[in-house]
Design a protein around this ligand. Structure first.
Ligand SMILES: [Zn+2]
Length: 402
């Protein structure tokens, strides 16, 4: 089914906003999905469009059974209300998130119900990693034979190719030119879409925040995902920005921008990269004073450093504050370069947010960005955005095909 032209015709001129006409239909569908069940009046008010426009746009999707309309007793309204939501009994979406240490596989529905979830240690062999992920996903799909697998979304900590089918380079995994879609595909008709994990996490955070936003939109923001490395997702005009021309798929690699000239060596081959100073993984080496662990000394995990800080360990607290400072220095650079003042932090670094926030805000305040009004940095999800992001890539792909 292809109703793309319909959205363009109906919403063009009725939504007073910049950006492509294509995205207006996407915004309506995203709002229904994020805030379902939702009334037509609520959709119209939040997107500043006529209720009749909402009706015209959802009509073919209700007719084809993609969206269902039902009467519920609304507690908020204190009466019966007609609400819209996505049908939940026909399609399933698969997701694979390849992390540097661990990877996750999951299945979800259009209403966002997680049907199955599993995780495994990421094998060092890329071929085996693909094989393991595909097998686990295939087994999950087999247990839900009554539903049709629509799309598989894959998220990776690295740069993707222009068609979002493979990985060009994922430095922390050591992967180069991997045909991910070809190796993960289940069945011949199921589309596989590969995306950067920070872009995927940005889509995931968008959905959570659209639900409660007054205007039903998440127009412009920067997502900084800090775990083993640092990835940045850029959302501009409600769409993930991936670069243009031959650079499509590589935008957002700010983790490898140099913040210390001649600094610590990075897996990418350069020195002084941001992620060597502000990722959750970099906390361990900061904690150890940038020396290898002594004999019998273990390398602390990020959550262990947070736990130690919680019981008053000064060294752990200082480590986290230093991370916050470096993170803020890099974020100020990203805000300056993009002109996008809203930032969401995602990934396991969020576990240490209470120690990180203050020095982070102080570092941004010292920069030219800090002299301007209206910038903000908030904590997002520490872990849910990993598999959640991959699944979001799959569902977004489906929504944009409607
Ligand atoms: Zn680097």
């Amino acid at each position: 089914m292809n109703n793309g032209s319909l959205y363009q015709t109906n919403l063009l001129g009725t939504v007073n906003s910049t950006g492509s006409t294509r995205s207006k239909g996407d915004q309506l569908l995203r709002l229904i999905r994020a805030a379902q069940p939702i009334t037509r009046t609520d959709i119209a008010e939040r997107l500043s469009i006529d209720k009749s426009t909402v009706t015209e746009n959802v009509k073919p999707l209700v007719a084809s059974g993609v969206i269902v309309e039902e009467t519920i007793v609304s507690e908020a309204l204190g009466r019966k209300a007609r609400v819209l939501s996505f049908a939940d009994d026909k399609l399933i979406f698969g997701g694979v998130n390849f992390g540097v240490r661990r990877s996750q596989v999951g299945l979800t529905t259009l209403r966002g119900e997680m049907l199955e979830e599993d995780d495994f240690e990421t094998p060092t062999s890329v071929g085996f990693a693909m094989h393991l992920a595909r097998n686990k996903l295939s087994e999950m799909v087999g247990r839900h034979a009554e539903r049709e697998l629509a799309v598989i979304g894959v998220s990776v900590p690295g740069m993707t190719d222009m068609d979002r089918q493979g990985v060009i380079y994922a430095p922390n995994l050591g992967w180069r030119d991997v045909d991910v879609a070809g190796q993960i595909r289940i069945g011949t008709n199921v589309r596989v879409v590969v995306d950067n994990d920070a872009s995927a996490a940005a889509m995931f955070e968008s959905r959570l925040k659209i639900k409660d936003s007054a205007d039903g939109l998440m127009t412009n923001f920067i997502l900084v995902r800090s775990g083993t490395g640092i990835g940045v997702g850029l959302v501009i005009g409600s769409e993930v920005y991936r670069g243009s021309g031959t650079g499509r798929g590589i935008a957002g690699e700010f983790g490898h921008m140099t913040i210390v000239a001649g600094g610590k060596p990075c897996v990418c081959g350069n020195r002084g990269c941001w992620e060597k100073y502000a990722s959750a993984a970099s906390a361990a080496s900061l904690y150890l004073g940038d020396r290898p662990p002594a004999r019998g000394e273990s390398v602390p995990r990020f959550v262990e450093i947070v736990s130690k800080a919680d019981v008053g360990d000064g060294r752990s607290r200082k480590t986290l504050e230093k991370i916050g400072d470096y993170l803020g220095i890099g974020i100020a650079n990203v805000i300056m370069g993009t002109g996008i003042p809203r930032v969401i932090i995602s990934g396991r670094l969020v576990y240490g947010w209470k120690y990180i926030e203050e020095p982070l805000v102080a570092a941004i305040s010292r920069s030219i960005v800090g002299k301007l009004d209206g910038w903000s940095v908030e904590a997002g999800e520490p872990v849910g955005s990993a598999i959640g992001g991959a699944l979001e890539v799959a569902v977004e792909e489906y929504l944009s095909s409607l």
